[in-house]
Every structure is written in C-alpha cells, then in structure tokens.
Design a protein around this ligand. Structure first.
Ligand code: ZN
Length: 290
C-alpha cells in the first residue's frame, strides 16, 4: 500500500465536521440531544478545522496549524503503549528541526500547576526533558516546544502575542481551574490579552464515551459553565466544558478550534477508557518558530 493512501484515509476520519459529529453523537447515544443544539453561540467555531493539515513527524502522523508565528501540532497515537516519552520526544524533535531546538513536558498529575519556561540569560533550552510536576507549560522562547501527553483528556494548545502554551485538561484539572489559570497566566506574566489568543482543543474522549458519576458532574458544575453546554444524561463533553471556561476567561469563541474526534471512537487514537492501562498516549505540541 502507498503510504499516502493511509494518510488520506486517516485525515478524512480526523477532520470531521460539526454535522457529522452531531450525527455520530446521536447514533452512539440514542436519546441524547446533541449539545451543539443547546450551545449554538459557539458551536460553529468549536468544530472548525480547515486550517489544519496532516503531516508525517518521524514515524507518527500529526495535524498541524501555523498561527501568529507559532506552530501547533496534535500527534496521533499510538493506540497502545509505545516507546518512553523521552524517546518519542527525541524523534519528534529530530523531525521538527530546525523549527524547534528543544522540547519540554511535565509529569502530569491532574492539577492546575503551570510551569513558565525560559532559559538563563544568554542560554538556551535544548534537547528533550521532563520539567517535573505540572499539567501546563508556557514559554516565550522561540524554538522551545512544549508538549502534553493524553489518552482521553483534552490537550489544549494556545498561541498568541509571541507566547505558546500546552495544557493537559482532565476532569480534575478542569474542576481545579487549570483552563482559566492558563489564560490568566498569559495575561499577567506575559502581557497577552485573552482576546489575542488562539486556542485549539485536540482529540479527547467525547460525549459518546464519557459517562461519569454524579460526583464528577457536581465538581465540574463548580466551573461556572452552564451544565447543559457540556453535560447530558450523565455524560460529559470535556472539550465543550473547556471551551465554556475559555470564553468565561475572555477568549473569543471564534478563536477556539476543536480538532479531531473522540479518542474512544477513533481506532488510531489512544484511549484510556477503551484500552485501560494498555492505552498509548497522543502528543500535542506548541512551538514558536525560530
Ligand atoms: Zn466516542
């Protein structure tokens, strides 16, 4: 088989439209009214994706978008546990050269700690490394890529004002407020106004596969986003919740993009809900181009 054929088929599965998303949600969950109908104020921008193109990064496939001097990327799979993060990051860095000269990620713990990364005066941050416990990373250093690893949680990438960020958003992180914390951090520490940000929400478990207990819904209700925008019939759409949090933090709805489908539905994506401890991890990366 020609490699290109595989790529094209995967692309078609990945860049689904709002209409197909609603059809699939309805088909997978009879009786559930698609949330899009209840949240039409930001339904259209949320499921927009034509600016994203597919590319090969070493042995892996990623969706890529260039914006404001930054490159945002959502890597695919592997479905099952693969090489250690350091090894994968080294492969990614090699493929991204010379755009990126270093990659960093955090030991994700479902909290709201966000690390700001900048080199010592006169120095650079090169190579690949885990920076310790955090669920988000921000940098204004050109060529330093920030990564989060996910398998159902929401990978959230931010670009704007010569700053990029990558944030890992599970339900605990969302309830802890990591989404508005990231927006606030960019404003107070880097002087980037929320309305100047572009935010992309990558592949994550969808409403179709994310049934949760009432204690989770109660915790998420504390986020202040109207429940009917992200919860239906005991199921939760974390990306819609995150989008509501972003809008509440001042990000323009038209600058929030949703990329890729439900991780549990898509056979090529890693999903903890579907595969448990055998699940691999998607990588999501933001970098300011050098
Ligand atoms: Zn699904």
């Amino acid at each position: 088989m020609f490699p290109g054929m595989t790529v094209t088929r995967r692309l078609l599965r990945w860049t689904r439209t709002a209409a197909s998303f609603q059809r699939e949600t309805a088909a997978a969950s009879p009786g559930i009214v698609p949330l899009a109908q209840q949240a039409d104020a930001w339904e259209q921008p949320l499921y927009r994706g034509p600016m994203w193109r597919e590319t090969q990064i070493g042995p892996e496939i990623a969706l890529v978008r260039e914006v404001d001097g930054a490159r945002l990327m959502f890597g695919q799979g592997p479905r099952h546990l693969g090489a250690p993060y350091g090894e994968r990051a080294a492969n990614i860095l090699r493929a991204l050269s010379p755009v990126a000269g270093g990659l960093r990620w955090g030991e994700q713990i479902h909290g709201r700690v966000i690390a700001s990364l900048s080199p010592e005066p006169g120095g650079t941050l090169s190579g690949v490394a885990c920076v310790g416990r955090c669920d988000g990373l921000v940098t204004d250093e050109a060529g330093l890529g920030v990564i989060v690893w996910t398998a159902d949680c929401v990978p959230l990438l931010i670009a704007g004002g010569d700053v990029v960020a990558a944030v890992h958003v599970g339900w605990r992180g969302a309830a802890a407020g990591i989404v508005p914390t990231a927006v606030h951090r960019l404003e107070v520490e880097y002087g980037v106004a929320p309305q100047d940000l572009l935010v992309a929400l990558g592949p994550a478990v969808g409403l179709c596969h994310y049934e949760v207990g009432p204690e989770v819904v109660r915790a998420l209700e504390e986020c202040g986003v109207p429940t009917n925008q992200w919860c239906s019939g005991g199921r939760v759409d974390l990306r819609r919740l995150a989008a509501g949090q972003l809008v509440g933090a001042g990000v323009e709805a038209g600058r929030i993009e949703c990329v890729g489908g439900c991780t549990a539905c898509e056979p090529d994506l890693a999903s903890y809900r579907r595969d448990g401890v055998a699940a691999g991890r998607q990588w999501s990366l933001a970098v300011l181009r050098r």
